[in-house]
Design a protein around this ligand. Structure first.
Ligand code: NDP
Ligand code: GUA
Length: 471
């Protein structure tokens, strides 16, 4: 496929191969964008911004709703493309397209609700008016695990706010992103409003972040790269939103509804083969119910089918690549070597048909094991036990990360009190799937800054200006 700059497609002689993680064959190529492509992308985004920022909220909303409709028409095709480049099961890919599109429709409506303020002045001869204005050209850098939703979650609020964008999707999954931008143009995107470039990450990052006309960076990916991009944004003092790694604890109190907790564990752990930043990573289960929780979980896990994402029966596809597989294997081996028991699962040794890991449960996990200290990004569920709730909260908070945490209890007072003590941006309270377009997604500590989705999600693309009027 080709990149899109100023509404026009561009190819290149220098290309990057896109690999299907199941067949491990090349399915397409995308351009390795040149310096000239990148400069043109920012030029055209800047020109488009100067026009788009003065368009009415109704015009912005109408374009977004058109884009939403066009995506609806193409959702099966998009889902199939996503499964082919990313590996996730087709039913999950379809779910992701619906989820991705919900950001577009939600922010189409939110475009009309960018309100200012009037503040009483201290002097009777003055009036103070507060306005919101679009921040400018946005650089959106996205990861491979959600090839559609991470694009729309950034682009829809940016466009709704009156900004223009240059997108850089992940090297592993550029095709869904390119197709979404093609569809945006079919839906009537003005030239230059939504540009997309692929290629050398460092070069793209340096060009976009070095350009003072790019006023905002929105990044989702690893904490390591997030920190680097934050430093690179400093010279031109860009606004930044960073949605980085997680290390989510999943706490099950003794009074929890175990069936609900098991369903929540399956939803939060095995979505996208464990490759989401809000996947539960470490389980803390009250010692009195650990055995029954583990045995119910084992039964539920036995239902999950590993295989080709295009097969309708598949629940868990291959991991994205060999590096991901090696990391997951290291975490399992480290846990078992240090005394954890493998209840079920393990890696699939034959990797000729993709890098598969069976849904895996480890019991007897300890806090210093790799699977409890690092983001596994794979379908591994380590269970540790605790004696009292304060201890569980302390252990859950004992990490540099703070994206999502899960808590299962039927005691409403405990639920509120303990949720308030958890140092995380997202709490799944008796809920293993908290993500929603209308909610502010984002983390504390080294999981990043800023929020995506919800009313907070559009604020990230708005500047605040006040007018002090002397009467
Ligand atoms: N918070 C989250 O949702 C995610 C967390 N992760 C975590 O991060 C680990 C590594 O995953 P990975 O995909 O490598 O994440 P990265 O942070 O490396 O990649 C995310 C995006 O940043 C781009 N990027 C990488 N380096 C630079 C740079 N110097 N300048 C500009 N852009 C850059 C990548 O481009 P390119 O693809 O071309 O390298 C990609 O588009 C995972 O195993 C997981 O633990 C991963 C994905 C999502
Ligand atoms: O893993 C991520 O980076 C995206 C989280 C998916 C979601 O929105 O739930």
């Amino acid at each position: 496929m080709e990149i899109i700059i100023n509404g026009e497609k561009r190819g290149a002689d220098n290309v990057i191969e896109v690999i299907n993680p199941f067949t491990q064959r090349v399915i397409d190529t995308v351009p390795n964008a040149s310096e000239e492509d990148l400069r043109d992308a920012v030029d055209s985004a800047h020109r488009a911004f100067m026009k788009w920022k003065v368009e009415s909220a109704d015009t912005r909303a109408a374009f977004l709703m058109n884009w939403f409709q066009v995506i609806q028409i193409h959702k099966e095709e998009l889902a199939e493309l996503m499964t082919m480049e990313q590996g996730k099961p087709l039913k999950e890919a379809l779910g992701e397209i619906t989820y991705a599109n919900s950001y577009i429709s939600w922010f189409a409506e939110e475009a009309k609700r960018i309100y200012g303020q009037t503040i009483p002045a201290s002097s009777p001869g003055k009036r103070i008016f507060v306005q919101k204005q679009p921040v400018g050209v946005v650089a959106a850098i996205t990861p491979w695990n959600f090839p559609a939703a991470m694009i729309t979650r950034k682009v829809a609020p940016a466009i709704a706010a009156g900004c223009s964008v240059v997108i850089k999707p992940a090297e592993e999954t550029p095709l869904t992103a390119l197709r979404l931008v093609e569809l945006a143009h079919e839906a009537g995107a003005p030239a230059g409003l939504i540009n997309i470039v692929t290629g050398d990450a460092e070069r793209i990052g340096d060009t976009l972040l070095g350009d003072e006309r790019v006023r905002k960076l929105s990044f989702t990916g690893s904490t390591e790269v997030g920190k680097l991009l934050m430093k690179k944004s400093a010279d031109t003092m860009k606004r930044i939103s960073l949605e980085l790694g997680g290390q989510a604890p999943f706490i099950v109190l003794s009074d929890a509804d175990l069936d609900k907790a098991v369903a929540g564990a399956i939803a939060s752990k095995f979505r996208n083969a464990g490759q989401t930043c809000i996947c539960s990573n470490r389980f803390y289960v009250h010692h009195s119910i650990a055995e029954s929780f583990t045995s119910k979980l084992k039964e539920a896990v036995a239902e999950l089918r590993v295989g080709d994402g295009l097969d309708q029966e598949t629940d868990i596809g291959p991991l994205i690549d060999e590096g991901a597989y090696d990391k997951v294997k290291r975490h399992i081996d480290n846990a078992v070597e240090n005394g954890a028991s493998l209840v079920v699962g393990g890696v699939v040794d034959d990797t000729s048909q993709g890098y598969f890991v069976e849904p895996t449960i480890l019991s007897g996990a300890e806090d210093d094991m790799l699977c409890m200290t690092e983001e596994t990004f794979g379908p591994v569920l380590p269970i540790a036990t605790f004696e009292d709730e304060e201890e569980a909260i302390a252990r859950a908070n004992d990490t540099p990360f703070g994206l999502s945490a899960y808590l299962f209890t039927q005691d409403i007072s405990k639920a509120v009190r303990l949720s308030e003590q958890l140092e995380y941006g997202i709490i799944g309270l008796n809920d293993g799937a908290p993500s929603a377009a209308q909610a502010p997604f984002g983390g504390m500590k080294e999981s990043g800054m800023g929020r995506e989705g919800g009313p907070q999600g559009i604020e990230e693309y708005l500047e605040t200006k006040y007018l002090s009027l002397g009467l």
